[in-house]
Design a protein around this ligand. Structure first.
Ligand code: 4AD
Length: 466
């Protein structure tokens, strides 16, 4: 007897005629006039369920099989046979069936076999992986994550586990969640009445990380090619379909490299991931193309087959100003590009992903490398049609005197960055890195519009349930 996943059975493994056992959850059940029960069983291993054909001769047919409803978990033993039914390769002629877990009240089971809205599914986040939609998203998310590790491993990168708790605000945007062991009811105070964080667990104010970048730079300047891939936290007050309070970020950092090398890496990585998803999740992608976003497959193929465009920020502003479009946010040199601008550039003007480079220094973080014009920094964002910014990165300021100047200009305390400055004092090299949000990437690939629907348990303002 072989214990099999639905995926292997539908692929004809083991061969037709084999005695097999399969376990999973009932998606639907119907009974024919002849009294045979047909059960669609899924186990998460692939998009399609497998059909169980259950004859009424089974001893527990009357007592149990007739009472099976959607959501029950079962174990079935039988013979794998070619299916007569349309659209399915194999089915199982069941010789023994056992209910492992009943649904106590079928009327209250939230996952009825029908189409649910994504808003409803968010309210039952613990059960939604049983739906076609979230099942497919989950497999694609897994495929992307595995592809990321495979890509970096194949290309000689070392995976660095950067800390979750940190005292530094990498992005300087003040969007950090505080981590504290202090008793809220009895906060220790300094003489001037401020909270005395020296009495806190770490002896100073500490936060959940907004980016692993600064720590990653330290390892880059020893290991040359590194990346980090883990949870990232932002207390951003943005209630949009693109923002989460907890998301996963992929951050590579490369030494002896400039911004052009970085854009090449971003392009190569994205194309690699897209190829993996198209080959390894073909059924799930076919579902997205049919039910969620018509172009889900073709737009990935288009990206794989075309070079990314490159555009200077100053030229981008010029294009936006001459576009004749009425943007909600007015365009002038010095603004941070908004989603509407980003989408116009990549979707309407260029029609493929574009790397916008050399942003004004005043809208960017302290660590980005100053260009010779003293007005812009070597920053780059990759904008993708249909979503806007998907990657943000830069060449890092490796010159100590310029870095110190930037820290002073931004009123940041040199002392707080002493270890970061050391990296420039002892064997500095040109280096560069970027951050790619996993949820924005999965949302783009699947066409599922809201990042809350591509992470298992979304964390957003006023939502940390489950
Ligand atoms: O542009 P960001 O803020 O860049 C950094 O954090 C750099 N320190 C990364 C680096 O250079 N190593 O964020 C990078 C990416 C964005 O392009 C976006 O894909 C994603 O992270 N991102 C978010 N995704 C979901 N929810 C949020 N609140 C996000 N904020 C950023």
């Amino acid at each position: 007897m072989t214990f099999s996943s639905v995926k292997s059975l539908l692929a004809g493994l083991p061969p037709e005629g084999s005695e097999i056992n399969v376990q999973g959850w009932v998606r639907t059940k119907r009974e024919s006039k002849a009294g045979i029960a047909f059960i669609a069983l899924h186990d998460g291993s692939c998009f399609d369920p497998i059909q169980l054909v259950v004859p009424q001769e089974l001893p527990n047919f009357e007592q149990e099989v007739t009472k099976i409803t959607s959501g029950c978990s079962i174990s079935a033993t039988g013979t794998l046979v070619a299916s007569q039914g349309k659209g399915q390769t194999y089915e199982i002629q069941v010789t023994k069936i056992e209910v492992i877990g009943w649904v106590d009240n079928p009327d209250t089971y939230p996952m009825q076999p029908k189409r649910h809205t994504v808003e409803f599914l968010r309210e039952v986040a613990h059960l939604r992986p049983r739906t076609n939609l979230i099942g497919a998203v989950t497999r694609v998310r897994n495929c992307v994550s595995q592809a990321v590790h495979r890509y970096f491993n194949e290309n000689g990168y070392c995976w660095i586990h950067t800390p979750i708790i940190t005292a530094s605000d990498c992005e300087g945007a003040g969007e950090m969640f505080r981590v504290s062991s202090l008793d809220l009811a009895n906060l220790p105070r300094t003489a001037s009445g401020d909270i005395d964080y020296s009495q806190d667990f770490f002896g100073k104010e500490s936060f959940l990380t907004v980016s692993g970048q600064l720590n990653l730079e330290a390892y880059c300047l020893a290991m040359s090619k590194v990346y980090t891939f883990g949870p990232t936290f932002r207390a951003e007050n943005s209630n949009t379909s693109r923002h989460l309070a907890e998301f996963w970020m992929i951050e590579p950092e490369i030494a002896f490299a400039d911004i052009d090398d970085l854009i090449n890496l971003a392009e190569d990585l994205l194309k690699y991931i897209f190829r993996c998803v198209l080959t390894e999740c073909a059924d799930d992608m076919a579902f997205f193309a049919q039910r969620v976003e018509k172009t889900a497959i073709t737009r990935l193929e288009h990206i794989i087959n075309h070079d990314f465009a490159r555009l200077d920020y100053t030229d981008a502003i010029d294009i936006l100003q001459k576009s004749g479009k009425q943007f909600e946010h007015p365009v002038s040199w010095g603004i941070d590009l908004q989603t509407e601008h980003e989408r116009f550039l990549s979707e309407e003007h260029i029609g493929r992903p574009v790397a916008v480079v050399n942003y004004p220094k005043d809208i960017k973080a302290f660590y980005m490398r100053m260009n010779d014009d003293q007005k812009t920094v070597a920053a780059m964002d990759i904008l993708a049609p249909g979503i806007g910014e998907i990657i943000g990165g830069s060449q890092r300021e490796e010159r100590l005197n310029v870095l110190d100047h930037r820290l002073a200009e931004m009123e940041l305390d040199k002392e707080d960055y002493s270890w970061y400055r050391d990296l420039r004092r002892y064997g500095t090299v040109p280096h560069a890195g970027f951050g790619l949000g996993l949820e924005r990437l999965v949302s783009y690939i699947t066409g599922v519009a809201n990042v809350r629907d591509v992470i298992p348990f979304p964390r957003t303002r006023r939502n940390a349930d489950f």
